[in-house]
Design a protein around this ligand. Structure first.
Ligand SMILES: Cc1cc2nc3c(=O)[nH]c(=O)nc-3n(C[C@H](O)[C@H](O)[C@H](O)COP(=O)(O)OP(=O)(O)OC[C@H]3O[C@@H](n4cnc5c(N)ncnc54)[C@H](O)[C@@H]3O)c2cc1C
Length: 489
């Protein structure tokens, strides 16, 4: 466990007894074997993992509130947790304390078709919501690629994006209301079944993307749209990643509004195909674009897809395949969805990045990655939501490189990459968040005034600093200067 700041207390046997009294003995975990599952997320457990002292499986909002009140009284850290699929260490209990898991709060509370909203508990698995509403001809559009495992509360806390964000936007666009347990243990309902609300500060928006540092989301009112009945996909093969990425702003500038515009370089495709035992026609290709268009008018969907295909051919695409049946479309998307998992298995020592730049600047990123790859002797495969300007470049350790060199090169490489991204008007995370993984870099790169405002907000909401401490920024730490040692956490 990272050394606990003096302000935090340990979870004593008396506190465990009190937790059992609140949540029920079977919902309180203290044995090390079962605690282990809550000590990491999808970042490297070896590098970032920390053991909690207790895990509580909450079953309703009042129980969450009572636990948070107890933790606030005793100064014990609380880390909210969904499925633990996060990629920045957000759900890791950096200073031990209590992990508050929402996994048992997984009910659909109401499907209000008249208002086009679903009211759900925060522990509902995202895909369960998607499937439940689809049965009523409705669509939850703001979901990430990890929808089979992640939970709505985690999506809200990270303001998750995904493969359809080009057209539909990210999770936050669909969050109309929230039930939040504040770090003092009060319950507050923000927003409602409303599509407009300027009644004071928009606290709901502040909670969205705050990575569990401002409270525990227990319920959410999720806006829905009509399920798109027509859908068609293109797989476009390019000789080089650069040609593929250069086509992205050209497609967007045509106003053709694809639903998805995903980029995969050759290494990413190969890794995922190998992992899935799948084969795609990529032998000649250095990169692919996966383009989806959807809507309610099949003729319009078809026309837009043909226009995008023609544009790609004019720009020198090697091949343009139309994925005609649902099976083929699902096979291709499965390859795209499994890239991160495939790299984890193939190259466990890596740094999965999440940079985002203004869409028109995305062609400038590939040459930066090529330069950094040569300079630091590492492979940097890349894939991601190119239509959003959001790329998952992944720094991969060469098997021949020793760990000390890897750590130094990783840090130097990230510094250069993030500086290039900043100079293009971009940010270091588009959807995975800061968590522990990018905290030191954020402190170095963010405007000090912005950082100070964030710290003031945290202090006002959470004066004892118990809610997910050590994430995004340190409440009273000074910005980390350039050249400071130990930038890589
Ligand atoms: C294969 C793979 C693909 C992925 N694809 C995408 C993608 O396309 N887009 C994307 O955005 N992300 C993606 N992710 C990352 C991850 O799935 C998302 O960040 C997801 O939203 C996390 O949800 P979770 O329930 O797993 O949250 P967790 O990992 O459990 O927690 C994430 C953060 O949210 C906080 N939190 C969780 N629940 C609550 C709550 N109820 N109240 C307050 N705070 C809470 C935690 O404290 C933590 O800071 C992917 C991950 C994997 C492994």
């Amino acid at each position: 466990m990272a050394s606990k700041p003096a302000a935090f207390a340990a979870v004593t046997p008396a506190i465990v007894e009190e937790l059992r009294g609140i949540a029920g003995a079977s919902n309180v975990i203290v044995d090390a074997e079962r605690l282990e599952a809550y000590s990491h997320d999808e970042t490297s457990a070896e590098e970032y993992g920390r053991m909690p002292e207790a895990v509580v499986l909450a079953t309703d909002t009042e129980i969450v509130a009572a636990i948070v009140r107890l933790a606030n009284r005793e100064r014990v850290p609380v880390t909210p947790r969904g499925a633990g699929s996060g990629l920045s260490g957000g759900a890791i209990p950096l200073y031990g304390g209590i992990v508050l898991s929402l996994e048992k709060m997984n009910r659909l509370l109401e499907l209000d078709v008249g208002n086009m909203v679903a009211v759900v508990e925060a522990g509902m698995v995202t895909n369960d919501l998607a499937e439940l509403v689809q049965g009523k001809g409705l669509f939850f559009a703001g979901y990430p690629m990890s929808l089979q495992t992640c939970m709505i509360g985690g999506n809200i806390a990270e303001n998750a994006g995904g493969g359809k964000a080009v057209k539909y936007g990210v999770t936050g666009r669909y969050v109309q209301g929230l039930t939040l347990v504040t770090p003092k243990g009060d319950v507050v309902r923000l927003g409602g079944k409303l599509s407009k609300d300027v009644s004071g500060y928009d606290l709901k928006r502040l909670v969205i993307g705050s990575e569990g540092t401002l409270g525990v989301v227990t319920e959410a009112i999720i806006g829905l749209v009509g399920y798109p009945t027509a859908k068609s996909d293109l797989l476009v093969l390019w000789k080089t990643p650069r040609e593929a990425i250069d086509a992205v702003p050209a497609i967007m500038a045509k106003g053709l509004a694809p639903t998805s515009l995903e980029f995969m370089d050759r290494l990413s495709i190969r890794a995922s195909c190998g992992y899935l035992n799948e084969s795609l026609p990529y032998d000649e290709a250095g990169a692919m674009l996966l383009v989806e268009v959807d809507g309610s008018d099949p003729a319009k969907v078809e026309a837009d897809l043909i226009a995008i295909g023609e544009l790609c051919e004019e720009r020198g695409a090697l091949e343009v395949y139309v994925a005609e049946d649902r099976n083929n479309i699902e096979r291709i998307w499965n390859v795209r969805r499994n890239i991160a998992e495939a790299f984890k298995v193939q190259s466990p020592v890596q740094s999965l990045e999440d940079i985002v730049v203004p869409m028109a600047s995305i062609p400038e990123i590939i040459p930066v990655l090529e330069r950094l790859s040569a300079a630091y002797g590492m492979t940097i495969p890349c894939y991601g939501h190119a239509g959003d300007g959001n790329l998952h470049a992944t720094l991969v350790k060469d098997p021949g490189m020793d760990m000390a060199t890897w750590r130094r090169n990783e840090d130097l490489c990230l510094r250069e990459l993030y500086a290039a991204v900043r100079d293009l008007g971009g940010k270091i995370s588009g959807e995975h968040g800061i968590g522990i993984k990018r905290k030191a870099h954020l402190a170095r790169l963010v405007d000090p005034v912005e950082l100070e405002l964030m710290r003031s907000i945290k202090l006002a909401w959470d004066p004892n600093g118990i809610m997910n401490p050590g994430k995004i920024f340190d409440p009273d730490g000074a910005p980390v200067p350039d050249g400071a040692p130990g930038m890589a956490p």
